[in-house]
Design a protein around this ligand. Sequence first.
Ligand SMILES: [Zn+2]
Length: 172
Amino acid sequence: MSEGPKVIFEETLVCPVCKSKTFKAIDYLYDTPHAGKLILSNWYCENCGYRFRDVKPYEAREPKVIEMRIENENDLRTIIYRSAFAKITIPELGIEIEPAGMSQGYISTIEGVLEIILDKVGDFCDKECENRIRLAMEGKIKFTLVLEDELGLSFIKSEKATVKPLILTNSD
Ligand SMILES: [Zn+2]
């Protein structure tokens, strides 16, 4: 018996291009006879028309750690989706952002993520730390971006990104 595609994820996000909250993110699960289960992402901005499409093999949405080394301007333009459940760490810049602070996920480039962080750093970042983030945005500092996502929804669209299972540590 064949089944049609099933919607497995649906959220309205802020568009990475026009910044309006009209970016409809929808993921479909396809069960194909030859390629197995695939996830098709069709994300589209109703305001400016920006589109993000992607096809990838279906993996269980389990806790995972995604890591990528950012070494040049090309890496900075990599598309990244940070779900609302992901923690961001950039050890070289002393950045650690817990998921609880964000009510919603966002899609952006790595450079855009640094910009978002720079907007919100106020409390934990002094002038020197701000300068380092700016240098990183210009590709003058190499750094590692780590996403720890308990729901496994986040992704970094690059072959350089590595994905490992996240071992959840429980304090009790
Ligand atoms: Zn847009």
